[in-house]
Write a protein that binds this ligand. Structure first.
Ligand code: FMN
Length: 211
């Protein structure tokens, strides 16, 4: 996807391990001048994961983005997951891309099978039916046959399946290095390439051969 000038992005956070990925994604979107608005939907299990993994309690949902980022946010608006009548539940809303990060097997199953009974699944369904970018950062291990078949169904319907698997070719030293590179790769998928993303340019041996 070519980089676009201004974007409205929906971020769904579900109850799979990896709340830190959602946190980094929200920081990078909030601070990206190409992004004008971010709709954030967190499932009940997603809220639990923020608490379990990052000690961020849900409390007043409206204040959740500021608690996740640690400062007052300008662009992120939280929408309740139960509100299937929210703006992003309609194809007429101007959302350019949606990322579900992390994406549980339950929500993957709902999206892959068109079961839109919460806002995360409905907003994802809308992205698919409108032919817009949907990235599913699925997380579990190992995968069973149902998970794998659901990934294939979702991919065939137009989603990008981007398992939350870290890379090591950039020689990460910290968890933040791992998380940042992964989130940069996800952002590149929705046309928001980042300067800090590591680009593999070939091994020294293959470079010599090219010269
Ligand atoms: C601490 C914790 C970690 C979990 N990790 C995963 C996971 O990595 N992947 C997954 O598919 N489900 C995981 N689950 C289970 C989901 O949270 C559960 O299936 C839930 O119903 C998903 O709901 P949601 O898709 O509406 O968020 C985890 C649950 C807990 C409490």
């Amino acid at each position: 996807m070519a980089d676009t000038q201004k974007q409205i992005v929906t971020v769904g956070v579900t109850g799979a391990s990896g709340a830190i990925l959602a946190q980094k994604m929200l920081v990078m979107l909030e601070e990206d001048p190409r992004v004008t608005r971010i709709h954030l939907v967190v499932t009940e299990a997603g809220q639990r994961l923020f608490a379990e993994e990052l000690n961020i309690a849900s409390g007043d949902l409206k204040q959740l983005p500021s608690r996740i980022l640690g400062y007052s946010v300008q662009k992120i608006e939280v929408l309740p997951n139960k509100d299937v009548g929210a703006s992003i539940a309609s194809g007429s809303s101007a959302v350019d891309a949606m990322v579900v990060i992390p994406c549980s097997m339950a929500t993957l199953g709902a999206i892959a099978n068109g079961i839109s009974d919460d806002l995360v699944a409905r907003a994802a369904d809308v992205m698919l039916k409108e032919g817009r970018k949907l990235v599913l950062c699925v997380r579990d291990t190992p995968f069973n046959r149902v998970h794998l078949e659901n990934m294939l169904r979702a991919q065939q319907a137009g989603a990008v399946i981007m398992p939350a698997v870290p890379a090591f070719y950039h020689q990460p030293k910290t968890i933040d290095d791992l998380v940042t590179q992964y989130v940069c790769r996800v952002l590149a998928q929705i046309g928001l390439s980042q300067e800090k993303m590591y680009h593999w340019t070939g091994t020294p041996a293959s470079k010599k051969a090219e010269a």
